[in-house]
Write a protein that binds this ligand. Structure first.
Ligand code: ATP
Length: 524
């Protein structure tokens, strides 16, 4: 992690806490790892992002309907979808420190001579401090000084170290070798029980994605609406993953919100729709203010694709906690073929020689049976029955919120209070503030009705305390795009000043035009 980036992230996290965007969950008890709460400003910001998504993806289109499914579903859903068997990460435990790590995030630094007696020092790949600690320990052991020369020492992913050599590895937070367990699968689904008896029959799971609720309701939606293919079903809501190493603020948490679309279409048209959704979703972020140089689209290589996918792209953002030049996933857009509907119809599928076949046990019996319900679609124009193909744009509301926060965070040293949040007015938590310049001389009597009129339509704040500079600074930190100030001149000619958050420039407009001005700013 580069130092500058690190500082920026620390300052963003500090501002989020200080101004009430995001708090650690259960903070008064020391917090709980991987869970976060949204404060008064954060909840508005996240709601605005979700509402913008729902408006633009559902309300503004003729080919989309919404859905809101339960978090706990029939446990068989997860067996058929593959999550029960496959939704796991490899993890290693440290017997000495009791810390747990994702195996794919660990590397070791080791001596190139590799005599078999050398130690290897493990560290967390994306954490510069962890790496520095490992290098220091290795240098001490080998009686040399960091930095270690490249020709003598090198770094390898832990997963490439043969199991028989684990006794030589020193864990990232341990002092002696041999305390790391070998990597083993760890299912990320949270388990719970329905009803009073806690046995296997009553075991259920908190959904790790919202998508499956859409697939299992596909027939219900077709039967209860008049919507015709191609069309999409959108859903947003909480998902839960027992991430081994939740980290990077709200980027990877254990409880988070997703905004997912399953777009159903004829197989012949699926590539075109895949390209459409990839580009449409990227543009959505750009339109809401994510600068295109920190945002990119990355098409997965063939080796990265899931066995059923004909194409997947990630929309990625250069989050400041990442090293310079690195990007993190903001949204995935996947062409899923007919995998999901067919699985829920026929039973869990597996890929064999590039084809999807029923996953069977040694006796040829399906491992997990499907619903047996007909999830095909009859296209009246084509006069054809088929299993629709699916394109899935799957976004995280929290990762989007984090990207918008990082993008908005600006330091302008020329201002008395240098930190400001340049949110697009559409997602800004507070749309405007109304101030009387001083809380006397009849100015509050003019300002209050302006405030009440605006508040009837938007979240707007009124503030008559402190100096005007301090009030502007508070609004800048909250990301409020406009401040209307009533001053002495208002009494003479009925005009107020409007101050623009990003430029600090002020202009005078008639006080009757405040609502119109704000509406134009929000719709820009
Ligand atoms: P990653 O590789 O980062 O774990 P993923 O590929 O498993 O992500 P998907 O299963 O494609 O993620 O989920 C779709 C979206 O849900 C992601 O693009 C991300 O925005 C969001 N998401 C997934 N896991 C988390 C998490 N643990 N915390 C916050 N958001 C998440």
């Amino acid at each position: 992690m580069a130092t500058v980036a690190n500082n920026t992230m620390d300052r963003i996290v500090a501002l989020c806490r200080r101004r009430g965007f995001i708090f650690q969950s259960s903070e008064i008890y020391g917090g709980i790892n991987g869970f976060w709460d949204y404060g008064p400003l954060g909840v508005e910001l996240k709601r605005n992002i979700k509402e913008a998504w729902w408006h633009d993806m559902v309300h503004a289109r003729d080919d989309m309907v919404g859905l809101d499914c339960t978090i706990i579903m029939h446990p068989h859903v997860w067996k058929v979808s593959g999550h029960y068997d496959l939704f796991s990460d490899k993890m290693v435990d440290c017997k000495a420190t009791k810390n747990r790590y994702r195996a794919d995030q660990l590397c070791v630094v080791k001596n190139r001579t590799d005599s078999g007696t050398n130690r290897m020092y493990a560290f967390v790949e994306s954490d510069d401090e962890s790496r520095a600690r490992a290098e220091k320990k290795l240098a001490k052991h080998e009686k040399t000084k960091p930095p270690l020369p490249d020709e003598q020492y090198h770094v390898k992913p832990l997963l490439e170290i043969p199991g028989g050599e684990f006794h030589r590895v020193v864990g990232p937070d341990a002092d002696e070798p041999g305390t790391l367990t070998e990597p083993r699968d760890f299912n990320l689904m949270f388990e719970t029980y329905t009803g009073a008896v806690r046995d296997e029959d009553n075991k259920a799971f908190l959904r790790p994605e919202t998508a499956q609720g859409i697939f299992v309701n596909f027939k219900n939606v077709c039967d209860s609406t008049r919507i015709k293919l191609p069309f999409g079903i959108a859903q947003m809501g909480k998902s839960f993953r027992n991430e081994i190493t939740p980290r990077n603020f709200i980027f990877r948490s254990r409880e988070f919100e997703q905004m997912e679309i399953e777009f159903f279409c004829h197989p012949d048209e699926s590539n075109r729709w895949y390209e459409y959704w990839r580009d449409r979703r990227l543009q959505w972020y750009v339109d809401l203010g994510l600068a295109s140089d920190r945002l990119r689209l990355r098409e997965h290589g063939k080796e990265e694709l899931s066995h059923y996918s004909c194409g997947t792209s990630d929309i990625e953002y250069a989050y400041p906690f990442l090293a310079e030049g690195d990007f993190g996933e903001l949204e995935g857009v996947a062409h899923r073929g007919d995998f999901d509907l067919r699985s829920h119809m026929e039973g869990k599928l597996a890929s064999q020689d590039g084809k999807l076949v029923l996953d069977v046990d040694a006796n040829g019996k399906p491992r997990y049976k499907g619903s047996g319900k007909d999830l095909t679609y009859f296209d009246t124009e084509r006069k054809e029955r088929f299993v629709p193909h699916v394109v899935e744009p799957s976004a995280g509301a929290d990762r989007a919120t984090l990207a918008f926060i990082c993008e908005a965070y600006t330091v302008d040293e020329s201002r008395p209070s240098p930190e400001l949040m340049k949110f697009h007015p559409r997602i800004a938590p507070i749309k405007a503030a109304v101030f009387p310049l001083v809380a006397k001389d009849g100015l509050p009597d003019i300002a209050e009705p302006i405030y009440r009129a605006l508040r009837a339509r938007w979240p707007v704040q009124y503030d008559a305390k402190q100096s005007i500079g301090k009030r502007y600074a508070r609004m800048d930190e909250a990301g409020t795009p406009y401040c209307f100030t009533v001053d002495g001149q208002t009494k003479e000619d009925g005009t107020v000043t409007v101050r623009d958050r990003d430029t600090g420039r002020q202009e005078r407009i008639d006080k009757s035009r405040c609502a119109e001005y704000l509406a134009e700013g929000i719709d820009r």
